[in-house]
Design a protein around this ligand. Structure first.
Ligand SMILES: Cc1cc2nc3c(=O)[nH]c(=O)nc-3n(C[C@H](O)[C@H](O)[C@H](O)COP(=O)(O)O)c2cc1C
Length: 163
């Protein structure tokens, strides 16, 4: 299986999740985990699995991830299995009760980054093999919540189990 994990990360948390995912997909020789800016068109050749992850920033993926996805040619992911993840903050962890209430409404309306990533991967012809997944940070700059790296590794094994 040739697989590629593409991620963006501002503070390093999504990178840690991406590496945990990449390391749990299978034999290393066929799997690359690359920061979005380092992906070249050739990396998408003969891919069986593409996983894309981003921090959630204002309910969306980062611009670099959006640009990467928009740059994939129409039907460029035909025959490729795809999955998406993000990192995010649980509204339950927002300290101010007012902000928590406002954010809960906004999240209900606008969601998190993984869903738009998954939608775009599908629009480019990819076959979604897992629901969009989110991994939690404790605060804007991290760290990740306890157990999230292990959960990411488990999610990766579930994703490959669906191949
Ligand atoms: C400007 C900014 C906007 C953010 N917007 C959201 C958001 O809409 N929803 C959310 O859950 N987290 C939001 N966060 C928290 C990020 O998801 C968090 O910084 C990210 O998961 C950390 O990943 P990274 O270390 O890979 O950058 C935001 C953080 C920043 C700095």
């Amino acid at each position: 299986m040739k697989a590629l994990v593409v991620y963006d990360s501002v503070f390093g948390n999504t990178e840690k999740i991406a590496l945990a995912v990449g390391n749990s997909l299978g034999p290393k020789e066929n799997i690359a985990t690359l920061r979005v800016g380092d992906v070249k068109p050739d990396h998408l050749n003969a891919l069986e699995l593409l996983i894309v992850g981003s921090p959630t920033r204002a309910f969306r993926p980062t611009k670099a991830v959006d640009d990467f996805l928009n740059g994939i040619p129409s039907n460029g992911l035909k025959g490729v299995k795809v999955a998406a993840f993000d990192t995010r903050i649980s509204t339950a962890d927002v300290r101010s009760s007012f902000l928590r209430a406002v954010l809960s409404v906004m999240v209900r309306l606008f969601g998190y980054a993984a869903k738009p990533i998954a939608d775009k991967l599908g629009k480019k012809g990819g076959s979604l093999i897992a629901p969009p997944e989110g991994f939690f940070v404790k605060d804007s700059e991290g760290p990740l919540k306890e157990g999230e790296l292990e959960r990411a590794a488990k999610w990766a094994r579930q994703v490959t189990g669906a191949l």
